[in-house]
Design a protein around this ligand. Structure first.
Ligand SMILES: [Zn+2]
Length: 634
């Protein structure tokens, strides 16, 4: 391993005497530096093509027993997802002499060292395997031969017990030759030896990933004194063809966010966009940037998947600036409490999708179709009979990693999409209570606005949410919200859709959003509103809704539909059979493979093809159109 390169890089940045003292083998001063002193981190990402990182770190020493920890609880992931399994090649030394280490017997993220007297700095070397062998989000595959996202928490240890706001880090990054990069960090210098960034607090460093790539473009979206820029890297140059219309929509997104919140709590903001079919696809929020990853042609197609940018941008206000107190932890080892994720993620889901339409990234029609599909799915979730939405938030750290099988009985991270329904309910209730004078925008101005400034965290409790809502529209908001998040009833909260002038209805016309899901990466077929199953492309049963016709016929996860009515399984063929089944006649006969045992199963279904849509209620004002209307013209 080219560790010597890393070491040379580290010495050249020279913060200091700390590094020089190691290099020259000088005697340490009598008093050890405070554990919250400066820390130097040098990451060598030149080998990222084979998903291998090297890091070299200089940590101020505490003589005697010292414990260094690997970040475990990751902001935005709301779970202990620090990819400890992929941390390898660990070694420690003082003054060039190796020192021993021992992992804690209970806490797999803690490493105990015996630091000799007089040491002023511990020299840490480590490697990180970014092959995506562990969990999702930032731990999933993050590098291709042409681009990579550097996530700093994967590449460092820090002293146990500190407040990470108080630990100053001097970061340096060496990347493949010719690659460009984007990050919220400030560049001090760059050259063949790598890029040197300004020192930042450890919290800010972990909150500031670097997107780097061979094919790269930077598009200014707002050039004010708190500028906003989109930095994109792709696996091919042609994937970076932003049309003027798309760029205009992204600029409008910034304008609409300003109109919604009334202030910016960042010095600058970067949309870091990875366009690749070879990395995991998700969005992860940061205060002054987002790490958003979509399929390679998403920009060329002007795909609705770019709506992720609106969601993550909202998080700069709702999640980063205003944060539930249980998620505002002092370091990355302290467990998080996710009970208010239905505000953190649920309100962001609502506002992000509203901004996606206001900016033009989504059409109103797409928004309605997606809302209908989500509402219908939640309305066919038998798991809500035992698990209230509040528990999906509290158990988020489990549910992010839950498999899709039996999802409707288990429930998943429903605080996102059911949060969408609940906050639509809130918005329409505000509008009704104030006869259209006020809206969720007034809540956002009060709760997320104020004076623009540098990034800061303002924690909140449910009391704060209720108090601010009551300022906007006097009402018993506590009862309103708790009734919804604590409910264990069969139906989804659809009052917001009704109050917006629409209703959830089922027809035999395909739902646009479900169609895109079937044609997209996962290629899933959602028939939860009719037959009561969700299917993989090959007919494998991912989920069966308890009580549905499919469930009553004995179908469930682990099985695969081989034939429908004597013909090989296909989504269109199954839909045709469901349409025919609306008429009187025999049941649908399916050949089912259950782990190698094949049986022919009659499924008694008479409902026809039932696809969810929103239908406008005659005579009712289209409140949804008012909610989705562009607020600001450039
Ligand atoms: Zn989110």
């Amino acid at each position: 391993m080219p560790r010597t390169i890393v070491r040379l890089g580290a010495v050249t940045i020279g913060t200091a005497g700390l590094v020089l003292a190691v290099a020259c083998g000088r005697k340490a001063p009598p008093a050890p530096p405070p554990p919250t002193g400066p820390l130097t981190l040098v990451v060598d990402a030149t080998d990222v093509g084979r998903k291998l990182y090297h890091a070299h770190e200089f940590v101020p020493a505490t003589t005697g027993s010292m414990t260094l920890v690997y970040p475990k609880w990751l902001p935005g992931e709301h779970a202990p997802t620090g990819p400890i399994t992929d941390l390898v090649g660990l070694s420690f030394s003082v003054g060039g002499k190796p020192i021993g280490w021992q992992r804690d017997q209970v806490d797999m993220y803690a490493f105990h060292l015996a630091v000799p007297p007089g040491a002023i700095v511990v020299d840490v070397e480590l490697e990180f395997l970014s092959a995506g062998s562990t969990s999702g989000f930032s731990s999933a595959v993050s590098a291709t031969p042409h681009l990579a996202v550097v996530t700093w928490n994967q590449l460092l240890l820090y002293p146990d017990g500190v407040n990470t706001d108080q630990v100053s880090v001097q970061p340096r990054l060496k990347m493949p030759p010719g690659w460009q990069y984007g990050t919220a960090l400030h560049t001090v210098s760059s050259g063949d030896g790598g890029v040197e960034f300004s020192p930042v607090g450890l919290t800010t460093l972990v909150d500031s990933p670097v997107l780097m790539g061979e094919f790269f473009t930077a598009i200014p979206l707002d050039t004010s004194d708190r500028p906003v820029e989109l930095d994109a890297a792709a696996d091919s140059p042609s994937a970076l063809a932003f049309s003027p219309a798309l760029t205009g929509k992204l600029r409008q997104l910034v304008v609409e966010a300003d109109a919604l919140f009334g202030a910016r709590h960042f010095e600058s903001y970067r949309f870091l966009l990875s366009l690749s079919d070879h990395v995991a696809h998700f969005g992860l929020e940061h205060h002054q940037s987002t790490d958003s990853r979509v399929y390679q042609r998403a920009v060329v197609d002007e795909s609705p998947s770019l709506g992720v940018l609106a969601h993550e941008f909202v998080h700069s206000w709702n999640g980063k600036f205003r944060r539930p107190s249980g998620l505002a932890t002092p370091n990355f080892q302290e467990p998080m409490r996710g009970d208010l994720l239905w505000v953190y993620e649920g309100l962001t889901q609502y506002l992000g999708y509203v901004l996606a339409v206001r900016s033009g990234l989504w059409t109103e029609q797409y928004y309605r179709e997606r809302l209908a599909a989500i509402a219908a799915s939640l309305d066919h979730t038998p798991g809500r009979a035992w698990r209230p939405l509040a528990d999906t938030a509290t158990a988020a750290q489990l549910l992010y990693a839950a498999p899709p099988e039996w999802a409707s009985l288990r429930r998943g991270t429903d605080f996102y999409d059911e949060g969408w329904l609940i906050w639509l309910d809130v918005d329409t209730e505000i509008r009704q209570l104030t006869r259209g004078e006020r809206a969720i925008d007034d809540f956002c101005h009060r709760f997320h606005g104020g004076a623009s400034g540098s990034p800061a965290v303002s924690p909140y409790t449910l009391d704060d949410v209720v108090a601010t809502l009551s300022q906007v529209a006097p009402f018993d908001w506590r009862t309103f919200l708790l009734a919804r998040v604590n409910a264990t009833e069969s139906g989804a909260p659809l009052d917001g859709i009704d109050r917006a002038g629409w209703r959830l209805a089922y027809t035999d016309v395909r739902n646009d959003y479900l169609k895109t899901l079937e044609q997209g990466e996962k290629r899933t077929t959602d028939l939860s509103s009719s037959l009561g199953v969700e299917l993989g492309a090959d007919g494998s049963i991912i989920d069966a809704v308890v009580g549905s016709p499919a469930f009553r016929a004995g179908l469930g996860p682990g099985m695969r539909i081989l034939t429908v009515g004597g013909k090989p399984y296909s989504p269109d063929g199954l839909r045709a059979a469901l349409s025919l089944a609306a008429r009187p006649g025999p049941p649908i006969f399916m050949q089912i493979d259950n782990e190698g045992t094949v049986t022919t199963t009659p499924v008694d279904y008479r409902g026809g093809l039932r696809e969810p849509h929103l239908q406008q209620v005659p005579g009712h004002a289209d409140v949804l159109a008012s909610i989705l209307a562009t607020h600001m013209r450039r």
